[in-house]
Design a protein around this ligand. Structure first.
Ligand SMILES: Cc1cc2nc3c(=O)[nH]c(=O)nc-3n(C[C@H](O)[C@H](O)[C@H](O)COP(=O)(O)OP(=O)(O)OC[C@H]3O[C@@H](n4cnc5c(N)ncnc54)[C@H](O)[C@@H]3O)c2cc1C
Ligand SMILES: *[C@@H]1O[C@H](CO)[C@@H](O)[C@H](O)[C@H]1NC(C)=O
Ligand SMILES: *[C@@H]1O[C@H](CO)[C@@H](O)[C@H](O)[C@H]1NC(C)=O
Ligand SMILES: *[C@@H]1O[C@H](CO)[C@@H](O)[C@H](O)[C@H]1NC(C)=O
Ligand SMILES: *[C@@H]1O[C@H](CO)[C@@H](O)[C@H](O)[C@H]1NC(C)=O
Ligand SMILES: *[C@@H]1O[C@H](CO)[C@@H](O)[C@H](O)[C@H]1NC(C)=O
Ligand SMILES: *[C@@H]1O[C@H](CO)[C@@H](O)[C@H](O)[C@H]1NC(C)=O
Ligand SMILES: *[C@@H]1O[C@H](CO)[C@@H](O)[C@H](O)[C@H]1NC(C)=O
Length: 550
């Protein structure tokens, strides 16, 4: 039987051997020989209908050397990569590309990767005469079509000892969706979307107006779909995030979260293949411990998500406030942030949520009418007007109208090698004069390096069900999710990277010291977060650990 199968696969062996040769030799697996591993891969490939693929870096066509060997560059393919290098809608289609490209590489080695110059992708210094390496990109992946692909990969992993990783839309800031020597499950193609006005989680009585999505549905597509059925979905500030993947698994903030909660507050059911290979339905009425874990304990820590269902809201009229100016006086930017620190608590109470980065504010409010919205934003409007900036406080008919008009232009950049340090800034900081002064002093220290990125996207006014989610409870007692950043280039040396990470560490530590007992957002945290169990999950950690052990 095995012999017959073997013959059947001989046809593929030659191609596979070339593809696999690279990845097989140095692996730490439980199978004894390279031949056994090759056979196991061939069986896996047949089981998943030939959808096992070998990966190459997105940037490879620009290089004339790959893994230390001469390899012809492809100028036309290289030009396409260069032209689209910082376009998320392009990057998201490429297995060998990640939104934060340092995660394509092994950062602790001088040049184990294949990066272009993100500030000028045509810069030949990045690729002329340089060697391209697979780095931290998984050498093989399966384009997942159904839960049985996941089950096949789990069985393969158990047999061979090859580790698995899960990639969806590749937005991870922490490198969790790549992984040297792993077999990757690419869930991007599971992108179905459906709507039910009376969705009933299996085994429950309560119904919800909900949409059900595959992990690979793009956030922008989910917004368009919800709008087409006259509903609103609460989600992130970017077109290509995997709404039903890493986004909700790690928490999921929206600028509508101050009123409608985090993504973990809104998910009502998840279908997930757990590490034992069983496809389970988790909701409040069955597998409720697993459901708790999936509401903030993710990415792939508790299994591979096949679909998830999320409550919707009716179509909402949105007040949008979009303010910008060009700082001229030397303390303009510091004064602006001081105003933001002073106003943010009141804005949060009034239902505003949004982003502040440098001299730009984009906020939305689903509760106020336009008159009240203008009154509430008046101090900021006056500040910007006095500096000749641009001011809009307008009413838009829907979330989608707002998203299309403003977010696609203002969303965070992809392509550059960005590293984050973040902190949830406690409400108590904003309600005392000394707290505000201390916060402002820290912001001021950072301004010469880079403006802190502020997300007013905590579930400030949302009444969450006690104990239902596993994100740190600090989310519910904070006004801001604040980030400071560092940035690499393709040629940043190891010593420079170390210095950049250390500098980031020093800067974010001061915000931690200002907010003892608070926490940080798991999906957008520092990769060197100290006491990360406490920061990301707080009092929920022991229960999460128990579910993980189970
Ligand atoms: C430009 C940009 C803007 C962002 N904006 C926001 C925002 O507005 N709000 C916000 O909350 N976050 C935001 N994020 C963070 C984002 O939510 C996380 O990066 C999230 O993890 C992305 O999920 P993904 O599935 O797209 O990414 P991936 O990198 O593919 O996956 C992220 C993690 O989830 C796991 N995972 C993905 N799919 C599955 C699955 N089907 N089953 C099991 N595990 C899975 C992966 O293994 C990995 O651990 C942003 C990130 C970027 C890069
Ligand atoms: C190989 O994996 C085993 C089990 O995970 C581990 O104990 C061992 O240290 C690994 N060896 C190497 C060389 O990485
Ligand atoms: C898996 O099989 C298909 C043909 O069925 C082949 O095209 C593909 O290259 C194989 N995958 C690998 C990694 O060799
Ligand atoms: C890349 O960008 C160019 C120019 O903007 C465009 O014409 C092309 O279609 C893009 N290529 C891909 C593969 O998306
Ligand atoms: C869409 O929803 C809004 C808000 O619930 C409602 O007022 C409106 O009548 C709906 N429109 C249609 C066409 O169903
Ligand atoms: C913010 O409030 C403090 C006092 O609480 C005040 O000193 C400061 O000037 C205010 N900032 C702005 C820009 O108004
Ligand atoms: C706007 O809202 C305020 C506060 O709720 C209310 O007093 C006012 O009448 C409203 N104005 C209009 C034009 O609806
Ligand atoms: C990296 O590249 C940039 C742009 O090409 C250049 O200005 C810089 O000097 C280089 N740095 C190092 C360390 O080589």
């Amino acid at each position: 039987m095995l012999g017959a199968r073997h013959t059947l696969f001989l046809a593929f062996v030659a191609a596979l051997e070339v593809a696999l040769a690279l990845s097989l030799s140095p692996r730490n697996t439980t199978v004894q020989s390279t031949q056994q591993l090759l056979t196991a891969y061939q069986l896996l490939n047949a089981t998943v209908g030939g959808r096992l693929r070998s990966a190459v870096p997105l940037e490879k066509p620009c290089f004339s050397s790959y893994e230390g060997k001469a390899s012809a560059a492809d100028p036309a393919a290289c030009a396409a990569v260069q032209a689209n290098y910082t376009d998320p809608t392009y990057r998201v289609t490429q297995f060998g590309g990640y939104m934060l490209p340092q995660w394509e590489t092994c950062q602790a080695q001088a040049s184990d990767g294949c990066l272009l110059d993100s500030s000028d992708p045509t810069n030949p210094l990045a690729f002329k005469g340089a060697d391209c390496r697979l780095g931290n990109i998984p050498p093989h992946y399966i384009t997942v079509k159904s839960s049985s692909d996941v089950q096949a990969a789990l069985a393969f992993s158990k047999k061979t000892g090859v580790r698995l990783s899960v990639k969806n839309k590749g937005h991870d800031y922490k490198g969790r969706s790549s992984g040297k020597d792993t077999l990757s499950l690419w869930t991007t193609g599971l992108n179905s979307m459906s709507h039910s006005a009376k969705f009933k989680p299996a085994g429950c009585q309560t119904t919800y107006d909900a949409i059900t999505v595959g992990p690979g549905a793009l956030t922008q597509s989910v917004y368009e779909f919800a709008d087409s059925v006259n509903r609103t979905v609460i989600g992130g500030y970017h077109q290509t995030i995997g709404f039903g993947g890493g986004y909700f698994l790690g928490g999921g903030h929206s600028i509508l979260s101050p009123v409608y909660g985090l993504a973990v507050d809104r998910v009502v059911q998840v279908k997930v293949v757990t590490p034992d290979g069983v496809l389970r339905t988790a909701n409040a009425c069955q597998n409720s411990d697993l459901f708790f874990a999936l509401r903030g304990g993710g990415g792939s820590a508790f299994g591979v998500v096949i679909e998830s269902s999320h409550r919707t809201e009716p179509r909402i009229t949105i007040q949008a406030s979009v303010l910008k100016f060009t700082p001229s006086a030397s303390d303009d930017l510091a004064q602006w942030y001081s105003l933001m620190v002073n106003q943010s608590y009141g804005w949060a109470q009034a239902g505003w949520g949004g982003h502040i980065v440098g001299p730009t504010l984009v906020h939305v409010n689903p509760l106020l009418n336009n008159t009240a919205a203008k009154a509430s934003m008046q101090p900021a409007v006056d500040f910007v007007t006095a500096r000749g900036g641009s001011v809009v406080v307008e009413e838009l008919p829907s979330w989608l109208a707002f998203f299309n008009k403003y977010v696609t232009l203002a969303q965070a950049a992809v392509g550059p090698e960005l590293e984050l340090g973040t902190r949830l800034i406690s409400t108590s900081v904003f309600t005392s004069e000394s707290g505000r002064a201390q916060l402002m002093a820290l912001i001021k220290e950072n301004l010469p390096i880079a403006s802190p990125y502020i997300v007013a996207g905590t579930p400030f006014n949302f009444k969450a069900e006690q104990g239902a989610t596993s994100v740190t409870p600090a989310w519910r007692n904070s006004v801001w999710h604040l980030s400071v950043k560092a940035q690499f280039l393709y040629n940043t040396t190891l010593a420079e990277r170390t210095a950049l990470y250390n500098g980031l560490e020093t800067r974010i530590q001061k915000f931690r010291d200002l907010t003892p007992g608070s926490g940080a957002y798991f999906n957008e945290g520092d990769v060197y977060e100290p006491d990360h169990e406490q920061s990301y999950w707080g009092a929920n950690y022991p229960k999460l650990l128990a579910v993980k052990r189970k």
